[in-house]
Design a protein. Structure first.
Lengths: 492, 127
């Protein structure tokens, strides 16, 4: 059983998805989906344990040995990402049934869970597979279910956002397909480990450079890296709240993982960072993303838009860490992927609670909510502090490592810019906090009650994770650092 | 000349790809966008399949006395990609039907204008 964990990681949610159709009743389907997601979470914990103690796991699908068969290869990097995805998915699902009762019609609720599980298994598939073409297939499984999930939103703009995402996402995935095709043409293999061995022989050709460029552009579309982000804000804002909480915490992480995997493990550092001015390009786009998206976030009226633009800015931080091209920079990026999943998970889950009671996520409708929903608003405050990077929260940990990595490289100005970017986060978080605590409730509006426990518990689980991993950094830092070192091939 | 004739399959791919890409960008009609997306994807399918062709080889079906076969793997890969493409098209068309029901139009600019109008109206309500 333990031997088959790498494939079970993907198969469990994949099989559970159609099985939901048999159960039919929304409550039952919810419990079943929660069970499947928890199972995936447990598997990812076991996998991470195995990888940390025994090293990389290679699993041959159907007993066909690589490079002919499809290989699932688990190392520290993808065990870590799989843990983030399945963990967030499980916590988000805890609140799902309560939340969608108000946002999705009853007859569509079982379908929601099917799509959710499919999207989960797609993301886990991208992360665990060791085969380049398999990546494309899982990417499309997760994307197609994501488009449908977004289209479930109540507002008609959800449909338009979903359609735009479908067009952009398909272009991105097709670009990735072209990149993989060109690589296959030059090497005759699709296995990632095998590609890494064979690519250096042909690395000098223009075909491989083209393959890399197509791949990077495709992934950056999925990553919503500035300026390829414009599908993201509306998709996040009009999707059902619970869907936003799930995607905001996980989907960009998967794209970031692909970027790291292909750049470091497949194309190799010496190729990736020498053939193209990738460091400068990513540094510029990352910084532009931080400053422009944060500034746009300040002027939004809808909190979901605020946090969506903030997500684009946070992707900027990750890419800045990437562009440093040092183990310390990559550690900062991996840490921020973990930490950003926790903070955006907490913030968007708090919005789930607000949508449940208030039915709107406009900043103006939050007036006086600090008294009516104290626990929910307090969660936004802690999540917001984490987003800014205040000490004792996870946000501080990742900013700290990013600043240290920049200084280590001698780029003092970059350290300054990163801190300056945090100031912009102070402004957009403050606007929300101010409205909720210091403005009187709108006259004549019915006061609302605190959110139900079913939503509060997962919200505070994520909030406490924000604080816990902000104080006790051993777990996240150790894994991120050792994954980064092994990607750079540094002896440990 | 070899640049054009010898590599003609790539030229076909590039031309198709650009036609598809252009339609996606330039046309506001949503169904035309989906058609553009299809042409764009198909060009990549042709690219994969033409790459699998080995000169002087037959189809990859086992037969006595034949030693040179074309590479069947790209065909297999593209079968999967075609399925994905159909799923995308189906989902895109389904979304267009829903958009038509909700907005009454299926033109990018008109939908965008209606969304912007909705934003302006909401702002007025608040003031």
């Amino acid at each position: 059983m333990l031997v088959h964990l790498p494939i079970l990681q993907v198969i469990v949610p994949l099989i559970a998805a159609p099985a939901c159709l048999i159960l039919r009743r929304p409550k039952l389907v919810w419990l079943f989906a929660l069970f499947a997601s928890s199972l995936a979470f447990i598997i990812s914990i076991l996998l991470l344990q195995q990888v940390m103690t025994a090293g990389t796991i290679s699993y041959e699908l159907g007993g066909w040995s690589p490079p002919w068969g499809i290989e699932y290869r688990i190392d520290k990097l993808n065990a870590f990402i799989a843990l983030i995805i399945s963990g967030i998915s499980t916590v988000v699902l805890l609140a799902a049934q309560t939340s969608i009762e108000k946002e999705i019609p009853k007859d569509k609720q079982p379908l929601f869970y099917i799509l959710y599980l499919l999207s989960l298994s797609g993301m886990l598939g991208i992360v665990t597979t060791g085969d380049a073409f398999n990546v494309f297939v899982f990417l499309e499984i997760s994307s197609l279910s994501a488009y449908s999930l977004i289209a479930l939103g109540k507002d008609r703009r959800a449909l338009w956002a979903s359609f735009q995402y479908l067009i952009m996402g398909t272009i991105g995935a097709t670009f990735i397909l072209i990149g993989i095709g060109l690589m296959y043409q030059m090497t005759g293999t699709l296995n990632m480990a095998d590609l890494a061995v064979r690519l250096p022989e042909v690395a000098e050709t223009r075909t491989i450079t083209t393959a890399y460029v197509f791949f990077i552009v495709g992934v950056c579309l999925k990553l919503a890296l500035f300026p390829l982000h414009f599908w993201l804000p509306n998709a996040y804002a009009y999707a059902p709240s619970i869907v936003t909480a799930f995607f905001a915490a996980t989907s960009t992480k998967v794209a970031a993982y692909l970027l790291i995997r292909f750049t470091f493990s497949i194309f190799g550092i010496s190729f990736s960072f020498t053939t193209l001015p990738i460091e400068t390009m990513f540094l510029v786009m990352g910084l532009l993303g931080i400053f422009i998206a944060s500034t746009v976030a300040i002027y939004q009226d809808n909190i979901k838009h605020v946090f969506a633009y903030s997500s684009v800015a946070q992707v900027g931080y990750m890419i800045v860490g990437f562009s440093l091209s040092t183990p310390a920079g990559l550690t900062a990026m991996l840490l921020h992927m973990f930490n950003h999943a926790l903070m955006k998970g907490a913030l968007f889950m708090a919005l789930v609670a607000i949508m449940y009671r208030v039915g709107s996520s406009k900043i103006n409708d939050l007036q006086g909510l600090g008294r009516q929903m104290p626990l929910t608003v307090a969660a936004i405050v802690v999540g917001g502090l984490s987003l800014i990077g205040v000490p004792l929260t996870v946000g501080f940990v990742s900013k700290w490592y990013l600043v240290v990595a920049a200084i280590e490289k001698g780029w003092w100005w970059l350290a300054g810019l990163v801190l300056l970017g945090s100031l912009l986060a102070v402004i957009y978080v403050w606007r929300i906090v101010e409205t909720a605590y210091f403005k009187a409730p709108i006259l004549g509006q019915q006061p609302v009650k605190e959110a139900p426990m079913a939503i509060l518990v997962p919200v505070w689980l994520l909030v406490s994770a924000n604080v816990y991993f902000g104080i006790d950094t051993r777990f996240s830092v150790e894994i991120a650092a050792s994954a980064a070192k092994s990607l750079f091939g540094v002896a440990q | 000349m070899t640049m054009i004739l010898g590599l003609y399959n790539y030229w076909v791919v590039i031309v198709l790809m650009m036609i598809g890409f252009y339609i996606i960008i330039a046309h506001g009609h949503l169904i035309k966008k989906i058609i553009g997306l299809n042409i764009f994807q198909t060009s990549v399918f042709i690219f994969y399949i033409s790459v699998g062709k080995v000169e002087g080889a037959t189809a990859p079906i086992w037969q006595e006395g034949i030693i040179l076969y074309s590479n069947p793997l790209p065909h297999v890969l593209i079968l999967t990609a075609i399925v994905v493409g159909i799923a995308t098209t189906a989902l895109g068309l389904a979304l267009i039907i829903r958009i038509k029901e909700a907005y009454g139009v299926i033109d990018e600019d008109e939908i965008q204008a209606m969304d912007n109008q909705a934003m302006v109206n909401q702002d007025k309500e608040h003031q």
